[in-house]
Design a protein around this ligand. Structure first.
Ligand SMILES: *Cc1c(COP(=O)(O)O)cnc(C)c1O
Length: 402
């Protein structure tokens, strides 16, 4: 009976097609304490694939706060924020975020995916125009798809294309949405220029700081703060550099009020466990403290060291970053190189369509403040040996040149 059913669904063919295009995915099992060394499917490896940029996912003070908060508040929030799940730790976290980001208010979401969907659908309807970078994260794309707004996708970081889209008449409100640090490319959006364009054309700027917060800005607020840019809406996550879970939106009081009333991914979901918010608050306290600053200095040191080494074998990057893609191209070759790295003790995940455009598969190297100089040297040695032209099969492709 079950077999019949799956036959009718024809799902095997879809899975087969994924295999044929080398786009089939599985989840490696990660064991060990989050940090520079982990076990990937049982294999011990240096971890260069985590977003735990500042090493906070294993920070003793955050773990202590987390476990105390579980004992104080219980395991879960048991309801949505608007019904019976709104706890003091949510308010305290939001007050801290607003002060830290120098905005009037902030709102916590269960995840960044939910936050981006909530922002775009709550702020726009069929009368509006959303102008979105072609490499924006899937959560932004899905927010655009769910909203009834007209969506204009522009070539990656192309300011002329943004200006052309802004000049179009007829929309009630216009929004420009971008990541600050692009998650799969590690490049820095031209935030000052985008902000100026938005001001000139009476448009709103929405910035996703998922990979900027924690690492950039005088108190780790993100790239906006580093560049003196004040977007209308800024979103960030609590599960990457902050090492815990969840996300936030910061902006004006009226923006936050509207999200509370309209963002369906905020309204129709159980509130984050209070202990998660307490732990995230502790993480933000550390990020904005001198210790956070020291961790930022360490990750920046690591970025410089790795960039200097990679320059020997790869074209230089305009802005070295804690996210460093190594372009390969074909999906199958990318996954082969990733597996080879792992067999030599380096975990660097291959990234394929639809996370990145077709034909641009890559290894995505992410750095952490916890990596030692020896870790960086070892990782570089493995990458270099794996990318040795004689060692990448007969694909005719020299990844070192792409
Ligand atoms: C990871 C990510 C998100 C989603 O955040 P989660 O909390 O993991 O759901 C949103 N935007 C960008 C740019 C991201 O990299």
């Amino acid at each position: 009976m079950l077999k019949e059913l799956s036959k009718n669904w024809d799902l095997e063919n879809e899975i087969k097609a994924l295999h044929e295009k080398a786009l089939y995915r599985n989840m490696p099992e990660i064991r060990g304490f989050p940090g520079r060394i982990i076990y990937v499917d049982g294999k011990c490896a240096l971890n260069f694939s985590s977003n735990n940029y500042l090493g906070l996912a294993g920070h003793p003070e955050i773990l202590e706060t987390f476990s105390q908060a579980v004992l104080t508040y219980g395991a879960g929030s048991t309801a949505s924020r608007l019904i019976a799940g709104n706890c003091p730790s949510h308010r305290e976290l939001e007050e801290f975020i607003a002060t830290w980001k120098r905005t009037e208010a902030a709102l916590v979401f269960g995840s960044g995916y939910q936050a981006n969907i909530g922002i775009i659908t709550a702020l726009t309807d069929g009368n509006d125009l959303v102008i979105s970078d072609e490499l924006n994260h899937a959560s932004i794309i899905d927010g655009c798809r769910l909203s009834r707004a007209t969506v204009s996708v522009f070539r990656h970081m192309n300011l002329n294309a943004v200006e052309d889209a802004l000049k179009k008449q007829g929309a009630r409100r216009k929004f420009v949405v971008t990541e600050s640090i692009f998650s799969m490319d590690g490049d820095h959006a031209p935030l000052r220029e985008l902000w100026a364009l938005c001001r000139d054309h009476d448009a709103f700027l929405i910035v996703d700081e998922a990979h900027g917060a924690g690492v950039y800005g005088p108190a780790g607020e993100g790239l906006c703060a580093e560049l003196g840019v004040i977007p209308d809406v800024q979103m960030g996550t609590l599960g990457k550099a902050a090492g815990v879970s969840g996300a936030y939106v910061a902006g004006s009081r009226v923006l936050i009020d509207l999200l509370v009333n309209r963002a369906r991914s905020f309204i129709f979901t159980t509130a984050p466990p209070p202990a998660v918010s307490a732990a995230a608050l502790k993480a933000l306290n550390i990020i904005s403290s001198p210790e956070g600053q020291r961790r930022r200095e360490l990750i920046n040191r690591n970025v410089q060291i790795m960039d200097k080494m990679l320059r020997k074998i790869l074209p230089p990057r305009k802005t070295p970053c804690h996210i460093r893609p190594i372009q390969v191209g074909p999906s199958d070759l990318t996954m082969k190189l990733s597996a080879e790295c792992l067999s030599k003790g380096l975990f660097v995940q291959g990234i394929r369509f639809p996370s990145v455009p077709e034909g641009t598969a890559r290894l995505r190297l992410t750095l952490m403040s916890d990596h030692t100089i020896e870790d960086l040297e070892k990782a570089f040695k493995i990458i270099k040996s794996v990318f040795e032209p004689g060692n990448i099969g007969n694909s005719g492709l020299d990844p070192l040149l792409t």
